[in-house]
Design a protein around this ligand. Structure first.
Ligand code: UT7
Length: 307
């Protein structure tokens, strides 16, 4: 399926919360957080979710040398919208002045960006739209319980955006999205409530489920693990990423991680990581790129792209 990433952009808030700051807030230590998660610091938003999404989108538009009126569809993946309704995607559409676009949100927690990519791919390949702005944005600091050390050290805020076109050299070679609502209580937040998580159970499920879909996607595409140039997984815990790499038989040099800077930014984590990987020269045109995520729902998936 033809799908080319024409532009990428991300935005993270200025305010940094370090592990040392957290030591003053809950009974934790920099050492525990780094060794158990790989996180050193995370960003906290003073701005709204839509503002973060807007700034990331402007950068993606600039990167693609496109204007807001070139966008036909805006998909925004988030679990922390500013309002219950309307969709944050509509507020983003208005702020951008993307008058030709229709816009909606996707709620699939940490897998939201990959679910969005799946929907965008279908819309582009059917020819119904020419260009999609896909955004992952989160303001998780709003729903974190800052007195719960088992969750508050993990999450952060930010936004990443990609402009996708059905024309060009890029391709979505294979993808597989999964959900299992039977496990919803492992990771959830009640309306206006805080994030609740069974970390240990989730850890094991995350490694197993992401490894399974990655293997299936590679098999469907007829691509060997060795041919993959870069894996950009959802950034939840560096130990999950390492365990995934081991299960897939992929060296850590081929895996991109920026978790130490931002923590877990849920739907924003993959697009932010994609932008940074490209900026750092780790991701180039023509590369075989494997994306995978897992999160609340439970939802999980993997997508293999020719970038
Ligand atoms: O984005 C969606 C996907 N998210 C995930 O996949 C998250 C998956 N889970 C995890 O990343 C890990 O399970 C955590 C990082 C959440 C926890 O790591 P763990 O190695 O599973 O630790 P644990 O929950 O088994 O806790 C070990 C100990 C406990 O103390 P005891 O019972 O051994 O005395 C906890 O109370 O560490 C304690 N602990 C802490 N200590 C210091 C828990 N949180 C902290 C903390 N600082 N922040």
């Amino acid at each position: 399926m033809g799908i080319t990433v024409e532009g990428l952009g991300y935005y993270t808030p200025q305010k940094v919360l370090t592990n040392f700051d957290l030591e003053k807030m809950v009974d934790t230590s920099d050492e525990w957080i780094i060794t158990r998660t790989g996180i050193r610091e995370r960003r906290l938003a003073e701005e709204s979710l839509v503002e973060m999404a807007y700034r990331a989108s402007l950068k993606a538009l600039e990167d693609a040398s496109l204007k807001p009126e070139d966008i036909d569809l805006i998909i925004l993946a988030t679990l922390t919208p500013d309002l219950s309704f309307p969709a944050s995607a509509c507020l983003l559409q208005a702020k951008l002045g993307a008058e030709s676009a229709f816009a909606f949100d996707i709620s699939a927690a940490c897998s939201g960006f990959l679910y969005g990519l799946e929907v965008a791919g279908g819309m582009l390949s059917s020819g119904r739209v020419k260009r999609v702005l896909l955004v992952g944005a989160e303001r998780l600091s709003q729903i974190v319980d800052w007195t719960d050390r088992s969750t508050c050290v993990l999450f952060g805020d930010g936004a990443g955006a990609v402009l996708l076109s059905g024309e060009g050299e890029g391709e979505l070679l294979a993808s597989l999205m999964r959900s299992d609502g039977n496990y919803w209580e492992i990771l959830y937040a009640e309306r206006c409530g805080h994030i609740k998580m069974k970390g240990k159970e989730l850890f094991k499920l995350a490694v197993r489920s992401m490894a399974e879909v990655c293997e299936e996607v590679l098999q469907r595409a007829g691509v060997s693990v060795e041919e993959v140039d870069l894996v950009v997984p959802h950034q939840a815990n560096i130990r999950i990423v390492e365990a995934l790499a081991e299960r897939l038989g992929i060296p850590m040099e081929k895996i991109y991680s920026n978790i130490y800077r931002y923590g877990n930014t849920s739907a924003a984590s993959i697009p932010i990581a994609l932008c940074e990987a490209k900026q750092e020269g780790r991701l180039k045109r023509g590369d075989l790129l494997l994306l995978t995520a897992m999160g609340g729902g439970l939802t999980w998936g993997a997508s293999l792209l020719r970038f």
